[in-house]
Design a protein around this ligand. Sequence first.
Ligand code: ATP
Length: 386
Amino acid sequence: MVGNAVMQASHDHTESIAEGLEHMHPELAQLRDAGGDPVYLVGGAVRDLLLGRGRADVDLVVEGDAAALAERLGAKVASHERFGTAKVDLGGHEVDIASARSESYPHPGALPVVEPSADLAADLRRRDFTINAMAIPLQGEPRLIDPHGGQADLATRQLRVLHDDSFLDDPTRAIRAARYAARYAARFGFGLERHTAELLRKADLSTVSADRRAAELLRLAGELDAVRGFALLAKWGLLELRPGGAELLERVAELQAEEPWRSLSPRDRTLFAAAVGPPRGEEALAAARPARPSQAVALAAPRDGIELVLARALGAEWLDRYLLEWRDVSLEIDGSDLIRAGLEQGPALGRGLEEARRRKLDGEIDGRDEELAVALRVARGDDGVA
Ligand code: ATP
């Protein structure tokens, strides 16, 4: 039933797979002669190799014992995460090895029951989308193993689940769908296959534990196109963004592209907080109107980077000056100057320094002598402030 054009295409593909493998993952060449149980490159690395997208994380499946393969490779086994998996260093790259396994779901959203010692076919059947359910054998001639039509779906840019219960079994796959759709949309124009789109709308993320849901959302938040991914989930009716979340996400993403905001907080956790909250102290911070620099510092200093970015995105423009000017204002004196001037160690000393910094921030004093005078006066209780 295979037409000539397709035969020709698949012949070309075999060559390009060998080339792509050699080019993208030269460290895997040593597996060719490793002998023993069959080993396959699987999942995202195969998908991205066919897309020509660049190097992806390497996941290997072995029809046998993962740890035994790791040792046979003479690789340094970094850890045994759990039974049937190993992480190894191959030519400077971290590679995940897993024993082929099948999975079943005792009830919707549950963690799967893992059945080890399965073959590759069963291992591919448990996967999320056809484009992730392909493999390349690493012994002998490289070729594409594609039992679910992943290559055709890559060609037509479609995300397609393997069976109708896929989102029911594991609704986090809906978040994964948003992640891939967002990631590949701009460059490759990916969308959901029609039937998959219907199934997806019925997915129920509430059956999944909050931790697993958050972990997958955090991975989405780590994508370059995370904003688009969250918007998709909201559009599909699967995720309720926090009030104003869509705009907040856009603004946070913009801020995080520039200094001084870029380096203030982890991008993924900040976008996650912008998307789904819960609101932290940012709303109060955004509503505040500090009249003086010292008030701004008192408000902002106890807040973490995520809250600051969110508050800025909500409109607290004064935070720019806090970060660029006020945050780093420090005194020329310190505690030892006060002790040398005759004060005892103790809380009064801190109060004196604090008041001196406040006045320096507000431009009321200038220079070492004035700082010392204020700090001593306050610490000694001569000022009416301490
Ligand atoms: P990335 O390109 O972001 O590294 P990936 O496709 O490699 O993504 P991973 O989360 O690292 O994705 O998972 C590796 C492979 O494991 C996937 O390609 C998929 O085949 C399978 N997989 C991961 N999570 C699931 C899941 N929840 N349900 C089914 N299969 C999954």
